[in-house]
Structures are given as structure tokens and as C-alpha cells.
Ligand binder design. Sequence first.
Ligand SMILES: [Zn+2]
Length: 276
Amino acid sequence: MNSLQEKFISANSRLNNELNYIIQAFINFYGEKHRDYIVNVLRDLKVIWYDDIDFKEEKEIRNVIVTPLPEDQINEYLKKHDKKCFSQSAYIDEIDVLVLPLSYDITHIIHEMNHKISSHTLSLEPLKIISGMCTSVEKNGGVVQENSDLNEAINQKMTLEILDELRKLGLEIQYTPSWQENMFPLINLFYESFKDLLKDLYISGDILSFIKIIGTENYFEFSQTMFMKGFRVKRRLIKGKIPIVTEDDVKEVESIVALMQNFICESKMSEDKRKI
Ligand SMILES: [Zn+2]
């Protein structure tokens, strides 16, 4: 038995042993009312494990991945998709596959499972997917994504809370920080203000209702601003610099969140008036 197989047996059996706890942690985070949905989505997982322990870029992809999925299915995936997708933690919506690290990095595992929870495929050809706040639409042979960085930061915020739920269930959690956390100062107020709405959005994929509640104009302004600021954070990270989010950046974003809060208050007031 080679060492890749050994690592696979250990990671795979650990996931099988912990899956019920993981499902319960997701239910505790999203709420009991979503139990059926969560159990359904997380019960049968298609997982490809990649070797992040002895990771070498130049290795043949088949030498770094291992999976219980059938051989011909894997060949099919490898033919159609960029091989790079299978050598880093990911959830690949189109084929509903989780790519997870053999080191069993639980932060990565929960983060990717949360992508799976929030992924709603509207159409495969042309590709149209809503994943939390991120929308992916196929256009002219490419895929255009909106709110990708913003959604990554929100997903990571949720991941930390789900890890806390796992701790409460008695699991020992070794947490690893990730790049998305550099964006946390920008989204703290947004996340705390609309956490319940965001949870519902993740479960339902109903982005239109979410936009209607916080106000269409506010949504687009927020999206645009977060895109610019997220872009800057990522560019600095790629260049190996410390990503700086200034107080002014935070103020600018939070002023839009205040507009959203006002919008919700005003809609509630006018609704109450209508009831009278
Ligand atoms: Zn992600």
C-alpha cells in the first residue's frame, strides 16, 4: 500500500466518523428548520482528496489525488476540467464535487462544505449558479462571476461560527487562518447586521428577495464598493504585501450598510402603516 492510500484511508475514515457531528454543527448554525435540507446536501458527498502534505507542483495530477469515486468518472472530470481545480481545496459546483486536503484541515473542509450548502444551480447549459451572494453566469464561452470575494469573506465568517459549533459538540478543532480574513474589517457590520438574512440566502439561493429587502440601489453600491476594495486586498496579497484596510475604507462600506438598515426600517414602517 503506498502512502497516498494510507493518507486517504485515514482522512476518509475520519470524515465518515465525524460527518454526523459536522451535519449537526451546520444545523445548529443555520437553525433546526433547515435540518432536512442540510442532511440531504451533506449526507452523500462526492470527495476527491488531494495531497497537501507532500505537495509538489510538477507532480502528475493522478499522483496527488485519491478518491472513492469510480475510475471512469475521475477520468471524465480530468478531461473536462482544469487539473488545477483538483489540487487545491474547492467545491466544484458543476460536478458537485468537494476537493479536500488529505491533511484533514477542518477549516478548509467546513469552508468548502458551506460552499456546497449555498450552491444552487439554476442551469448547466449555459451555466448559471447562485452561490451565497456570488452569481456565476456563462457568457461568450467564459464564466462571469459577481461578488466572488465578498462571498468568500462571508463564507469564511460562517465557517468560523460552524467550527465553534463543532467545538461545542466536543470535537477538537485545529483552526487555520485564511486569506479571506483580511477582508473581515470591511464586512463585520454587514455580516452582523444581516446574518439571519444571509443564512436564509445561503439555504434558499433566493438572491432577488435578499436584494429587495436591503434595497436594490444599496445592494449594487455595496457590491461595487466591495469589489474595488476586495480587489485591492487581493492584489496586495498576491504581491506578497500586507493587505491594508484603512479606517476610511471601513467607514465608506459601513455608510452603505447604514443605508440598508434605514431602508429596512422604512419599509417596515410603511408596511405597518398599510396594516393600520
Ligand atoms: Zn471559498
